[in-house]
Design a protein around this ligand. Structure first.
Ligand code: PLP
Length: 411
């Protein structure tokens, strides 16, 4: 028999979402009349913007004609999209990038999961706790995590950076040597952000300690406040230490259509076994051209439409819709005296469970008394215990209904 990659056996079952599904199914079986509202899953509900739809249709028509038909495209993405990304997402904010520094992909999940491949297996990784699980699991699969400790609920070789109300969900710098630091801002699940000055601390740290920041800004489009940076490259020197991930999933409703991109600046260097400098961009390019055949032409045409005048307006409307939901949830819940975080620059609301309840205990209460499904914070890490995540991606009607039901909870 063939032998498996033993590291996969170190993975902890996807306990969080399967347990949520199990409890929800059981509740529906016992209470078939209950109208459940889900504010749990981080998926969007509004349709694609009109400008995107038009562009997708046009691209489909192009594929029907031998003159305009496209086969394999560049693995890195078409220049027509890369140029729009650079112009609108970076140059407009004073950041200069070359086309070969942007890699279009079919989603940030793949990008943040795959990026670790180009770094040494003995790299020490640091993650925020609570954390988007892909950062951890992709390193477990690669064999960097060490054993899972069932008492601490943590992997032995991963450095966890606690984020909780005590530090306002802003992690302390690592106290031991790390090589790769995953930062997610605006944060999933806490919905919190760093200011420019706070992010600068991380960039300076990475420069001083020769580590690389893996900056996931899948929720960048939701930033409302002025002092919150939209890109890590707004910080001086960041190009030498940071890779940035962006996604159209939440920006433009692309969760099912699939398009994202990674920025790997040419200035970013790492070292080989002999200590020679290597340009990280070359390695990522090699990885992508070997293992990835590009995002479909049709999808990239649709994606480029978000940068048109009409597209920009339409995605602003989309973001505004969800952020109004976020405000409704935030205000409704904090009016009950519950501590609420996030929801200002992100579509996630992170609440402190009332009366010291555990995350799962609160999940059960919310499901049984209000028929609302949310996500227990402890599912994202030990520091999520006693917290609970709600998303603003529902319809307005359901969001308002959910808040009304929240107000009737016996707290
Ligand atoms: N990064 C974070 C922090 C996310 O929350 C998500 C989606 O939930 C992703 C990346 C993945 O996004 P995509 O749909 O582009 O794969």
């Amino acid at each position: 028999m063939a032998k498996i990659n033993q590291n996969y056996l170190q993975l902890q079952g996807s306990y969080l979402f399967s347990e949520i599904a199990k409890r929800r199914t059981k509740f529906i079986q016992d209470n078939p009349q209950a109208a459940i509202i889900s504010l749990g899953i981080g998926d969007v509900t509004r349709p694609l913007p009109e400008a995107v739809i038009r562009s997708l249709h046009d691209a489909v028509d192009e594929m029907a004609d031998a003159q305009s038909f496209r086969g394999y495209g560049p693995e890195q993405g078409y220049d027509f999209l890369i140029e729009e990304i650079i112009k609108h997402d970076y140059a407009a904010h004073g950041i200069q990038l070359s086309n070969n520094e942007v890699f279009v992909s079919d989603g940030s999940k793949c990008d943040v999961g795959n990026i670790q491949e180009i770094f040494s297996l003995d790299s020490i990784i640091a993650v925020q706790d609570p954390v988007y699980p892909v950062y951890v699991d992709s390193n477990v699969m690669a064999g960097r995590s060490g054993d899972y400790n069932k008492t601490s609920n943590r992997y032995e070789n991963i450095v966890y950076l606690p984020c909780n109300a005590e530090n306002n969900f802003k992690p302390e710098l690592p106290t031991q040597k790390v090589d790769l630091i995953y930062l997610c801002y605006p944060n999933n699940p806490t919905g919190m952000t760093l200011t420019k000055d706070e992010l600068k601390v991380w960039v300076d740290y990475a420069r001083e300690h020769n580590c690389i920041l893996l900056f996931d800004s899948a929720y960048e489009a939701y930033i409302q406040e002025k002092d919150v940076p939209h890109s890590i490259y707004e910080i001086e020197g960041a190009k030498e230490v940071a890779i940035e991930f962006r996604s159209l999933s939440k920006t433009a409703g692309f969760t099912g259509t699939r398009c994202a991109y990674v920025v790997v600046p040419r200035e970013l260097k790492a070292r080989d076994e002999e200590g020679n400098e290597v340009t990280v961009n070359d390695l990522w390019n090699r990885r992508q051209t070997t293992k990835f055949n590009g995002v479909s032409y049709i999808t990239q045409k649709g994606a480029a439409a978000i940068f048109s005048d009409a597209g920009k307006l339409q995605i602003a409307t989309l973001v505004d819709y969800y952020m109004t939901n976020a405000a409704i949830i935030r205000e409704g819940i904090s009016s009950l005296g519950i501590e609420v975080y996030g929801g200002v620059n992100a579509p996630y609301i992170w609440l402190k469970t009332p009366n010291g309840m555990g995350s799962w205990e609160f999940f059960d209460k919310l499901l049984s008394e209000a028929n609302i499904v949310g996500t227990p914070g402890v599912g994202f890490g030990q520091n999520g215990q006693g917290y609970f995540r709600l998303t603003a991606f529902g319809s307005r009607e359901n969001t308002e209904k959910a808040v009304d039901r929240f107000k009737k909870l016996s707290l």
